[in-house]
Design a protein around this ligand. Sequence first.
Ligand code: RUQ
Ligand code: CUA
Length: 865
Amino acid sequence: MAKVFSKLSSIVLGTTLALSVATAGDGELQKIMKKRGLTENDLIRAAKTYTPTGGRDEFIVFSSGGQSGQMIVYGVPTMRLLKYIAVFTPEPWQGYGYDEDSKKVLRQGNIRGREINWGDTHHPGLSETDGKYDGKWLVINDKANPRIAVIDLEDFETKQIVVNPIFKSDHGGAFFTQNSDYILEACQYAAPYDNNYHPIDEYKETYRGGVTVWSFDNKEGRIHPEKSFTIEMPPYMQDLSDSGKGVSDGWGFTNSFNSEMYTGGIEVGMPPFEAGCSRNDTDFLHVYNWKKLAELAKDDKNVKVVNGMRIVPMDIAIKNDCLFLVPEPKSPHGVDVSPDGEYITVCGKLDTHASVYKWSKIKKLIADKKYAGKDPYGIPILDMKSALHGQVELGLGPLHNQYSNVDGEIYTSLYVDSQIVKWNYKTLKVLDKVNVHYNVGHLCGMEGKSADPQGKYIISLNKLAIDRFDPVGPLHPQNHQLIDISGKKMDLLVDMPLPLGEPHQAVAIRASKLHPKVRYTMGTNTKTGKPHIGKTLAGQEKVVRKGNHVYIYGTLVRSHINPERVTVNKGDDVTFYLTNLERAQDETHGFTVDHYNIHGSLEPGETIELNFKADIEGVFPYYCTEFCSALHLEMMGYLLVKDPNKKYVSAQKLKMKTMSKEELKAEYDKTVATNSATDAVIQSVVKFLKENHYEKHQVVKDLVTDALDQYGKIKEQKAKSDEAVKADDYEKAILFENMIWQYMVKTADVGIRAKDALVRLVATKQSSAVQAGERAFGEGGCGGCHVIGKVSSGPDLTGVLQRHENAEKWVADFIKDPASKYKDPYVKGMIDYFNLKMPNQHMSDQNIKDIIEYLKWVDENANLF
Ligand code: RUQ
Ligand code: CUA
């Protein structure tokens, strides 16, 4: 223990400043450029994305995680990964799918009684108010198993999963309407609504597509299936969709790619599906009045119910002028409504054009009932030419669009050409193109699909990475490329490999719009936001047996789990209710019982429930799985499972010899002495913090509050120790003294972090010469003998520029040629005292000059060392 103490005290007393590493002096930048083969443009791009440690991003991106069933969160412009959000897939770190409450969320996604533990996430949507992102909720669809999930942006956790009971797949979702009253989810592969067998030759009669309009409460953040409905549509393979906004609010737009209603059949000698479904020159853009349909759907007369879903049949929608078709070039892909809602751009995919429709034209055709015909189901078809504003040839494989803050400016991904094209949807002029690597699917602008796009950047979500990264086997990462769009020409800035499924689409929001919390109200069930039934506060820990079910009400706080021993019978059901009592930021504890396949992550204030059957006998350590403090490894306990039908032979005879009373007393005294020495160290840190007004800096203040919180727990332990001494139980007293020491270590741990942070905040800023000097000091080996603020194997250099006449020159001369001063009485005295001579480190004149600057800076901040 004494060893740990001395290490601790040296950390505290010898805190040195390590503020600078990279400095620009000495042509260093040129050297690095040469060595790494970087051009000046590379450096400019680096400067546009590089953010020094501690810096924040301007935008936060939520990307679908594709087949991982998760979401990926990263920052722009740094492209730093921030989080994976568990959605449709169990995620062990967050305990998602391993603790009971998250399991309940995950199991909301069961389909026809089956657990489904993966998802193919495609299109994320951010909740909107007046068409602008409000930073409250995030939704995402699963294409493979038609479901929508709701994520709370207060804690970035999934709160709800809703299964579409009539679709068998879904692609064109999830799109919020402009005030988040509804979420549009378009079907993809047409199938019967019911769950029965229907032969494929009845495709036209019994297979259906459609759009589900999910009712959403933007305050509560939940979908209400009972208030939702589906618009029946022909089996045309509805695809990407968008909701109208501004002038087109109330309407929805959905593409399709198989108006031929072809069903393939390679195995019976038919041409493959892909050939037959792109036979026609045009497919249909579905245009529907969801607002009016929502009113109609409230009346039972207007709906039929299948699997609990209210469906508005096509004839009702047609009769009420709520559903129309507009021809679009065959097998299109993205459809994107402009920020004001007036222009609707459809990308050709197989056609090199983008087609821009004008809402006012479509509206007029509808009002005038000017139809070019009807489809086989009786849906009115509007004349394509009359609905179009115009078409533009963009290149091969146009897929998706995003908008910027410049009026008329639109960015489109070209899949086959592997390019992003910038053009104007009003003037229909192509403005610029940039190559990406390779085969871009979606692209993501900054709030680029909202009513308030921000411009600045476009991210290209590329499907192939090919040669961009170090090879890691045949499966490559995906490649997100950040493009600067603030200038006239687009400029590709940087690549980010993403190794987690194929991220289809991403949405970006200004970071300033998000306000996530740092802790929960004590004892919260984070999935419901309500107090957890297992909430346990300090002192309330207990183990309760009810028949064969054992309930443990436990707590976790640095660095112990209470209780530390739990004994149950083999075959018992076991429930752990655990509460993380921490208030400190980022003090998460994890919890597992070895071999039982359970795991929980407890954020500060969170309560979780873990259930399992203790069906194997033995001794099972349980422990905290997050490295939460210096004594994290000590944060453990035992689950002991005994077989009630077995007789166990006692090992009592083998008991080891215990210590004598004198030995115990000696250990007690030693422990107490260590504690008071440690306390002195803590007091020195506290003094430093107070003298330098730590309370003026919120970051430091938070740390100090946390440290004092730990320190405050000592009193109670001391009382228990004293009581044990009084009862002559030194064994116990030593344990309590050890507990005191542990609280002290935790206090010091946080205290030192506070001190470091404070020094950084209050020290005067280092000039580049000072930084160069500090580096020369380090690289020249000066630190081997001199520690700033401390006498070590050489004298402390704090104040060295005060110690000599004409000191700057004196010190410079001494560094240049130490031997010349060995006879100087002062130097001689030092040589005798330290039994060492200052060696010649062959410093350049520039180095020496910089070191002098550094020593001046040291003197300015002498009080901090
Ligand atoms: S679709 S790559 Cu799944 Cu969003 Cu266009
Ligand atoms: Cu708590 Cu490690």
